[in-house]
Design a binder for this molecule. Sequence first.
Ligand code: PEP
Length: 248
Amino acid sequence: MRKSLVAGNWKMNGSSASIEELVAGILAGAGSSPADVLVCPPHVYLAQVAAALSGSNVKLGAQDVSVEASGAFTGDVSASMLKEMGCSYVLVGHSERRAIHGESSALVAQKFVAAQNEGLISVLCVGETLEEREAGNTVAVVSEQFEAVLDLAGIDAMKKAVLAYEPVWAIGTGKTASAEQAQEVHAQLRAVAAARSVEVAGGMQILYGGSVKPSNAAELFAMADIDGGLIGGASLQAEDFLGICAAG
Ligand code: PEP
């Protein structure tokens, strides 16, 4: 039986004061969450959030990681730095990184390996654009993104990693994939993993992301291959985020 995970991606939002309030709100209710709870603040607030989460079960993650270990890489943050700040997770390959920062599947795979080498659990994000879906290429696109990582890191790497299916057309748009649409892609992704190891595929958490709200979380999370969610907008309000965690 796979445990659910609900992860909040705060993106580039908040201030020290608003984040203090958000974390306090999440901590007030996270203890009763059936799902594991993860928050991913902007890098500059990691230390603050780590201190606030200390002694709780809420896990800390970052939103991105460098492929490099150290050196002249202005603005980048390494996996060992994230580890030192108390992170146990990191998002890799979020569609905003792929689209806005031009991250290729090959680079994302390198980031995944850099994170794993430091013992961080990657949340590997894959997803198709609306154009790709309408052209009937959803499975081909998400499989290419996933297999780039499997080819570099090997299937066993997914024993200590999480996959997140996030259709780009559903992120921040208010348009959620239906539970059936999401389940179909999740099952395909699990089949891609199963072609390399049935055992690893069976244990692998696959999160759904894209306009998840308290009102639609239960229906999505009830699907056989959906093991929780990656939440953007709704993770910025403690009440909404906890409402989603409660469906986990
Ligand atoms: C995301 O960016 O990972 C995301 C799922 O955003 P939203 O929930 O706002 O659609």
